[in-house]
Design a protein around this ligand. Structure first.
Ligand code: UDP
Length: 257
């Protein structure tokens, strides 16, 4: 598949890869039984990576970090390091069901509120007849012992792909720590994808996504949870971006944070 160009957006890595190539990587990893962690990253990830060095290290050591948000794509262009466009994590979850049909592999879903992953699994199997998608009951809190139990169930199922909805950064850490114990090849932290696929939460219309306003749409639906994240926690992003763009214009090289 050739080398993927990795860019540095304010200290956070993003891979310049298309949606189709990302799916191809999943297919190849399943067939070759190799190890592939994918992180669908957004502005939250950049902000978190700035204040959490361990999380930044995790991202830099992850095989694929995809730009799951139009604002990241715009920021990359502004910084003079364009990436190939948005790769939606939710769309990738659907595609995992297609890969299941094509390769005969199984897909395990963990996390999300009780019942949500099961409903998402049914929707995925309905859209892609022949896919094998199974929700694994996930105890809370998910400590080490519980995680090892969940991993053992996934190993017994024989799932090559594990999709994890525990919220960031828990889901990324979980994949990093337990993918091998699961005996699986591909692990992706998927955020609220199961809530959307199950139909429990609406997806922003396509034009809202294209305008880079999906975050605003979601904030209107969940103001208490997401208002704080987008308007308070993520607000330093804009300052960092403006600073970096100005430094670029003045010819000062931006290094890894
Ligand atoms: N979630 C979970 N356990 C937790 C925290 C979150 O299962 O301790 C699930 C939650 O039910 C939802 C998803 O994780 O399905 C949301 O994750 P995140 O906040 O990262 O999603 P985003 O809003 O960024 O897409």
């Amino acid at each position: 598949m050739g080398n993927i160009h990795r860019v540095d957006i304010l200290g956070c890595p993003f891979d310049a890869i298309s949606f189709a190539d990302t799916v191809e990587h999943i297919r190849e990893a399943v067939k070759a039984r190799s190890h592939l962690q994918i992180v669908p990253g957004s502005i939250d990830f950049v902000v978190r990576a700035k204040r959490d060095k361990l999380f930044a290290e995790l991202l830099w050591s992850t095989e694929l970090v995809i730009a799951d948000g139009v604002p990241i794509v715009w920021s990359a262009s502004l910084l003079g390091t364009p990436i190939r466009g948005r790769v939606s994590g939710t769309e990738l979850v659907w595609k995992c069901a297609e890969v299941s049909v094509e390769t005969g592999c199984k897909v395990a879903l963990i996390g999300a509120a009780p019942g949500v992953a099961g409903r998402a699994a049914l929707k995925m199997m309905r859209r892609y007849p022949g896919a094998v998608v199974e929700a694994i009951p996930t105890p809370f809190p998910l400590g080490r012992n519980e995680s090892l139990e969940v991993a053992a169930r996934i190993r017994t199922l024989g799932a090559a792909i594990v999709l994890v909805a525990l919220g960031a950064p828990k889901q990324e850490r979980w994949v990093k720590e337990y993918l091998d114990s699961c005996g699986s090849n591909v692990g992706i932290g998927v955020g609220s994808a199961f809530d959307i696929i199950s139909g429990d939460k609406p997806r922003a219309p396509g034009w809202v996504q294209t305008m880079g306003m999906e975050w605003f749409y979601r904030t209107l639906l969940e103001p208490a949870r997401l208002g704080r994240r987008y308007f308070i926690e993520d607000s330093p992003f804009l300052l960092h971006l403006v600073g970096a763009v100005m430094r670029n214009r003045l010819g000062i090289r931006w290094g890894r944070a």
